[in-house]
Every structure is written in structure tokens, then in C-alpha cells.
Design a protein around this ligand. Structure first.
Ligand code: HEM
Ligand code: HEM
Ligand SMILES: [Fe+2]
Length: 449
């Protein structure tokens, strides 16, 4: 860590980890309700539990991205952050908004639009926080060295913030409502967040493998190009059955199939960089998370996405447990694991300690990744049976659900492994007191940081 202002990332990571714990614990509760459907039904209905689970996920991932930007932009730009105070104000607004949203959900106040359930004042708060962030980080980037990593990161963050404006528009027509809804939900995870992922991954690989910047930049541009080319019209895979014209079935099928390409490239990129790299960086756990993220993202988003993206398949599988299987592995691989890779890389430096707690951290990688993979498999089996019985044979939804109960028990078991892994991760990066750095440790010596 070269710049004092990078330290603000620590506060972002701490808040992100707190919400991460809430997210997976509440997920476990949602998983239990699938096993015992009446559990807490009067006190805390399933729809509210689900809302807290998915909202906490998105908010902590964004906090992680903001933290990553505050950490890596000063270093890339070779200058202190424009304003540390603004960064803390932004964090405070986001945390008050997050608490406010959870509080509203608990008393039954919400907008009802999946992922965008936040009350209006929280949405406005998020917008103000995003504006503060964009101003702060852009001012920092402009006054220093310009690199491809910061350019791509800023492009992704600007575009995703602009897309947030659609959260304020809810047309009365249900087809139009869905169309604009996907402009956020799809164009976040399958276009703009991909740019954030590619740039953070590029930064980590630069640091961890010591490969030449020129090589990293070439990969980065190709990944960005293919992500935007495929992802924008790929939105069509959500326009099959919402009342939009029929040509979307072809546009969506073709372009969303191409969406596999950037995820394949990111995985190849990660492995080729490690293969070509000259640096033997001591933070092996951060490298494991980086490679793991790119790999699981390829399977979760690329393979499990393609599985149900062609309109002929989606006609049957739409909205079944297959969707939930894909949603979990894609979010985990691409954005959860990437954030955890960054936390694993940055935490030892932010806390001025050598990364001697790596065994625990790597253990948490295998527990979480194994748990998520198992959860994906059982939900895929459940979804296949559901698709057949409900959509082909034509049985009633609730009767089919009854016969899937064994899978929901297994999903709960997988969830327990994920939660233990998550708590272990948090412990490994924040609580474990590894050796304090008095002189530069092997990690600082290896990277010159
Ligand atoms: C970091 C790990 C996790 C991520 C990234 C994640 C992500 C998600 C996402 C994106 C959704 C919405 C899915 C959709 O719309 O299809 C969801 C719903 C859900 N998640 Fe998780 N989740 C995680 C951990 C867990 C855990 C540990 C459990 C425990 C069993 C769990 C259980 C559920 C349940 C029951 C739902 C509701 C599914 C439904 O409505 O049918 N999740 N999660
Ligand atoms: C990291 C990237 C991705 C993430 C985080 C992600 C996440 C999700 C989530 C949460 C849903 C459920 C939305 C809802 O209805 O509530 C979903 C739906 C869907 N995703 Fe993805 N996805 C990603 C990439 C992809 C890719 C690359 C493809 C295609 C190759 C794809 C194909 C689909 C399709 C077809 C649906 C609709 C499923 C249905 O009809 O029920 N996704 N995705
Ligand atoms: Fe999509």
C-alpha cells in the first residue's frame, strides 16, 4: 500500500463483510423455509426473508466494488484520493440506506419489484452516494496516471450508476415495467459489472503474477469488447415471454449465447497470466480466489447460463429451480468470489500484517465453493424434475414442490457449508492476529509495496 488514503477501503470491506454475513445467514433461513414451509410464516414471511437475502447481497457486492476502486485507483493513478472525507460520507449514506431498507422490509414496507424493493428515499440515497463516488474517483483518476485498469473500472462504474436511474421509472404497463426492470438487473450483471470484474481481476493478476501491463491491457480490451457486444442485446433472453415482439427470441438466443465468450476469456486470461507470470507472490490465497472466481464465473454464468438461454429451452425452464441454480453459481463465481479475492489481497496490507492466516482462508474457499457447487447441482436436478412434471406433464405447482422436498433438504445442507465457509473467511481476514509487520515482510518485499 503506497498511499495513505487507500486506507478508506478498510471501512468499506468491514461493512461489506458484515452484510455478507447477514446475507448468507438470512439465505440459510430462506433455505429452511423451503424445508419447513410454515417456519416463522406469521412473523417473518418468506418474501421478506428473500428480499433481505438478495438486497444484502447486491449492496455488499457494491460496497466491495467501491472499496476496490478506492484501493486501486490511487495506486494506479499514483496519487492520493481526491477526498477521503467524501468517501466516508458516501459509506455512511449507503449503510443508513441499507439499515433503512431492512427496517422497512421488516415492517412490510417495500416496492415489490424484485431486487428494487427499496423505499424511494433509499433509492435517492443510493443515487446521491453513487454521485459522490463518481465525482471523487473520477477527480482522482483525472489528476494522475491513466491506465487501462482504471479506465475500464470507471467506465463500468459510470454506466452501472447511470442504469440505476431506471430504478425510478415504474411504468403502469406490466410489459414495459419488466423491460425497464431488466435494464438494471440484466445490464448490471451481464454488462457493466463484467467491466468491473475484468478490471479488478486484471489489477489482481498484475500484482500477483507480475506479468507485463501491455499483455494484461490487450486481454482487458478484448474482454470489454466482447462483454458489451454480447451483453447489451443479450438482454433479449429476458424478453421472450413478457409481451415484446417475437424477434427477441432470436436476438436474445443468439446474443446471449455469445455472452459465454467474455466469461471464457476471463478464465483463460487468469490461467495464462499465472502461467506467464514471473512473480512468486506470497499471498497464495488471493491467487486461489482470483483463479477460482474466473473459473466458477465461467461455469455459473457461462455454462449454467447457456443451459437455459435458448428460447426453445427457456420456454420450458423459465422461472424454475434451474434459474435459481444458475443465479446462485453465477453471482457467487463472478462477484462474490471476486470481491473475496480482492479482500484477501488487500486486507493484509490494510491491517499491516503478513498474510500468515492463509490456510484458514484457503479452507474457506473450498468450503464455500464446494457448498455452492453442491447447491447448484441439487437445484439443477430439482429444476429438471420440476420442468418436466410442471411444464411437460402439467401437474400443479404445489404438488410438484411437495415431491422435490428431498432436494430442498440437500440444498439446506449445502447452505450450512457455505455459511461456515463464509464465517471462516471473515475470521481469517479480520480476526486472526497474524504476525505484525515490523520490518517489511516477504509479501511487501516481493511486491515492493
Ligand atoms: C454467497 C452465496 C449466495 C449467493 C451469491 C446467493 C444468491 C442468491 C440469488 C441471486 C437469489 C435470487 C435467485 C433468483 O432470482 O433466481 C437467491 C435466492 C435464494 N437463496 Fe441465495 N445466495 C447465496 C447463499 C445462499 C445460501 C447459503 C442459502 C441457504 C440455503 C441460500 C438460499 C436461497 C433461497 C432459498 C433463495 C430463494 C429462492 C427462491 O425464491 O426460489 N442462498 N440467492
Ligand atoms: C455473472 C453473470 C450472471 C449473473 C450474476 C446472473 C444471474 C442471474 C439471476 C439472478 C437470474 C434470475 C433473475 C430473476 O428472474 O430474478 C438470471 C436469469 C437468467 N440468466 Fe443469468 N446471470 C449471469 C449471466 C448469464 C449468462 C452469461 C447467461 C447466458 C449465457 C444467462 C442466462 C440467463 C437466463 C436465460 C435467465 C432467465 C431464466 C428464466 O427464464 O427464468 N445469465 N441470471
Ligand atoms: Fe440476463
Amino acid at each position: 500500500m503506497k498511499y495513505q488514503s487507500q486506507q478508506v477501503a478498510l471501512a468499506y470491506i468491514a461493512c461489506a463483510l458484515l452484510l455478507f454475513a447477514v446475507q448468507v445467514l438470512v439465505g440459510l433461513l430462506a433455505g429452511w423455509i423451503y424445508v419447513a414451509p410454515n417456519f416463522l410464516s406469521e412473523l417473518l414471511p418468506f418474501n421478506i426473508v428473500r428480499m433481505i437475502h438478495t438486497n444484502a447481497l447486491v449492496v455488499w457486492l457494491l460496497l466491495g466494488f467501491f472499496g476496490a476502486a478506492y484501493y486501486l485507483v490511487p495506486e494506479e493513478a499514483e496519487t492520493e484520493l481526491y477526498s477521503v472525507r467524501l468517501a466516508y460520507i458516501q459509506l455512511a449514506i449507503l449503510m443508513i440506506g441499507a439499515l433503512g431498507a431492512v427496517g422497512s422490509y421488516l415492517v412490510g414496507i417495500h416496492g415489490g419489484r424484485e431486487f428494487l424493493e427499496q423505499p424511494l428515499w433509499v433509492k435517492v440515497g443510493i443515487l446521491i452516494a453513487a454521485l459522490i463516488f463518481l465525482g471523487n474517483i473520477t477527480a482522482t483518476a483525472l489528476r494522475g496516471r491513466k491506465t487501462a485498469v482504471t479506465n475500464v473500472l470507471l467506465l463500468g462504474l459510470w454506466l452501472l450508476s447511470l442504469l440505476w436511474l431506471f430504478a425510478f421509472y415504474t411504468p403502469a404497463n406490466l410489459s414495459l415495467d419488466k423491460m425497464y426492470w431488466w435494464f438494471i438487473v440484466h445490464l448490471w450483471v451481464e454488462a457493466t459489472w463484467e467491466l468491473v470484474m475484468a478490471s479488478v481481476l486484471a489489477y489482481l493478476l498484475l500484482k500477483l503474477t507480475g506479468v507485463d501491463r501491455e499483455v494484461v491491457e490487450k486481454w482487458l480490451y478484448v474482454i470489454v469488447g466482447t462483454a458489451l457486444f454480447s451483453g447489451i442485446l443479450g438482454t433479449g433472453h429476458h424478453f421472450y415471454w413478457i409481451g415484446t415482439p417475437g424477434y427477441w427470441q432470436w436476438v436474445g438466443s443468439i446474443f446471449s449465447t455469445l455472452e459465454v465468450v467474455p466469461f471464457f476469456l476471463m478464465m483463460s486470461f487468469a490461467f495464462v497470466m499465472v502461467w506467464k507470470g514471473r512473480r512468486n507472490h506470497p499471498n497464495k490465497a488471493a491467487l486461489l480466489w482470483s483463479l477460482g472466481s474466473a473459473t466458477v464465473a465461467f461455469f455459473g454464468a457461462g455454462v449454467w447460463g447457456f443451459l437455459h438461454t435458448l428460447h426453445g429451452v427457456n420456454f420450458y425452464s423459465h422461472g424454475t429451480q434451474i434459474t435459481a441454480a444458475h443465479g446462485h453459481l453465477a453471482f457467487f463465481g463472478a462477484y462474490v468470489a471476486l470481491n473475496l479475492a480482492f479482500f484477501t489481497y488487500a486486507m493484509p496490507q490494510l491491517r499491516a500484517r503478513d498474510p500468515y492466516n492463509q490456510v484458514l482462508n484457503m479452507g474457506s474457499f473450498w468450503l464455500m465453493t464446494g457448498g455452492m457447487a453442491f447447491m447448484t447441482f441439487v437445484l439443477t436436478f430439482a429444476g429438471t424434475i420440476q420442468t418436466h412434471m410442471q411444464r411437460v406433464v402439467g401437474e400443479y405447482f404445489m404438488e410438484v414442490q411437495e415431491s422435490l422436498s428431498v432436494f430442498y433438504v440437500m440444498r439446506f445442507g449445502a447452505g450450512v457449508a457455505v455459511v461456515i465457509g463464509a464465517l471462516l473467511f471473515i475470521y481469517s481476514v479480520s480476526v486472526v492476529r497474524s504476525r505484525e509487520i515490523i520490518e517489511p515482510g516477504p509479501m511487501q518485499a516481493a511486491t515492493g509495496e
